[in-house]
Design a protein around this ligand. Structure first.
Ligand code: PMP
Ligand code: GLN
Length: 412
């Protein structure tokens, strides 16, 4: 095999998704909704593939179906404070994964250092390594040293971040709202991070796939909209998360043409193109929601309000059974400290694997409940420090949440 595959052969999703299925679990693990995208979008997708009088079953433009990039530019231009050119400032790929992969391949060179803020969506690490880069980690920690009840209480130490920057540092990866913490970085925090990027001339990848899912009146701030950041930032989004259609695998990158042209080079020589029917349906989704923006019937508002209720329900349940949840400000996820349940589970025989990984697998097998160990979102040396948390996905039908509650109540 090629050298670039060394150290990236294991994947937490491949492993845990198959276990969750094997044990027929109530699945609060992998992040996907078990309800459908808006019906008008499903109809648009089905029309795209059944209509004999269009070319929607054929290739479309390589870097994004024209109506989709147009709608994206129209919606996001004002949010970034930029006049976006749909042909040069937007690129569509196969999910946010595809957009992320193109970004790392396009901008990270052999020997470049990439700063990753922990806990982090696991894919940033293998993507950095496959580009020949080196990962440098900065952990967010509970700010008061104790156990905050809100994900906003987990903070980045800016002095620590700055100390890790050297002449090889090329890029910083940010994810807000954050998977798995559910933390939404506030404007002051983002300004501080932006100042560091500008001061040291770093590029920034901002993964904002959960941008519409921000609760309790918290605001999603786009780092690319801050002074000095547009020209150095690639912002990543996902129709999967925006429209509850993770299986459609439509994602995109926004950025200045001087950076996006390099992403296009990777894309045209790898993916080249993604499913036209899915892009057509997502384009119609954005066109429709653009007209409803800010109104109560807008899907972005409806989904957010719906998910906030589900989050509250899960928080209540986890608290009642004695797990200590950390209130999520955004995203699909909430983490909870499972320490009190340790006495309910036979001790692990292998001390080398993080405890939460053992616990999650035991829970799947013996309680038919799936969640993801938090250590999956930390680098090797830091996993042991954060091995008492599980990540629960609350983007599920109420019946699924109820089934999970029953399992936890019976067990506690
Ligand atoms: N970024 C984050 C933070 C994620 O949680 C995910 C997982 N869905 C992705 C990117 C990948 O998104 P997609 O399914 O659109 O490839
Ligand atoms: N992003 C989703 C999660 O964090 C799914 C990732 C995946 O399945 N590869 O659960």
């Amino acid at each position: 095999h090629a050298r670039r595959l060394e150290g990236v052969d294991e994947n937490i999703w491949v492993e845990l998704v198959s276990l969750a299925e094997q044990y027929k679990t109530v699945n609060l693990g992998q992040g996907f909704p078990n309800f459908s995208p808006p019906s008008y979008m499903r109809e648009a997708f089905s029309k795209a593939v059944t209509d004999e009088h269009t070319l929607l079953n054929q290739y479309t433009r390589a870097f994004g179906h024209p109506p989709l990039v147009k709608a994206l530019a129209q919606l996001f231009g004002p949010l970034f404070g930029q006049d976006l050119n749909p042909l040069t400032n937007v690129m569509v790929s196969v999910g946010a994964y595809g957009a992320l992969f193109s970004t790392f391949q396009a901008l990270v060179d052999e020997g470049d250092e990439v700063i990753i803020i922990e806990p982090f969506f696991d894919s940033y690490e293998p993507m950095t390594l496959m580009a020949g880069g080196r990962c440098v980690y900065v952990s967010q920690k509970p700010a008061d040293g104790g156990k905050p009840l809100d994900s906003g209480g987990w903070r980045l130490d800016l002095a620590e971040l700055e100390a890790k920057i050297n002449k090889n540092t090329k890029m910083l990866v940010l994810n807000t709202p954050n998977n798995p913490l559910g933390k939404v970085f506030n404007k002051e925090e983002l300004e501080e991070i932006a100042n560091i990027c500008v001061k040291y001339d770093l590029l920034c990848i901002s993964d904002e796939v959960y941008e519409w899912l921000v609760y309790d009146g918290n605001q999603h701030v786009r780092i690319a909209s801050l002074p000095g950041m547009w020209e150095r930032t690639i912002t990543i989004g996902s129709a999967g998360k925006t429209f509850s259609a993770t299986g459609w695998k439509v994602g995109w990158a926004f950025g200045p043409d001087c950076l996006l042209k390099h992403l296009r080079t990777v894309h045209q020589n790898s993916v080249y193109h993604c499913a036209t029917g899915a892009q057509e349906a997502v384009a119609q989704g954005f066109q429709t929601e653009l007209a409803r923006l800010g109104k109560p019937e807008c899907y972005f508002v409806q989904l957010r309000d719906e998910l906030q209720k589900k989050r509250d329900r899960l928080y209540r349940c986890l608290t009642e059974v004695g797990m200590k949840p950390v209130m999520s400000q955004g995203s699909y996820f909430m983490i909870a400290d499972i320490s009190v349940f340790k006495s309910e589970v036979p001790p692990p025989t292998d001390q080398n694997i993080p405890y939460d990984n053992y616990f999650a697998k035991w829970m799947m097998k013996h309680k038919q409940l799936a969640a993801i160990p938090m250590s999956a979102f930390y680098s090797g040396p830091h996993k042991k420090q954060f091995e008492n948390y599980l990540r629960f996905c609350f983007v599920k039908e109420d019946a699924t949440l109820e089934a999970a509650e029953k399992i936890l109540q019976k067990w506690s």
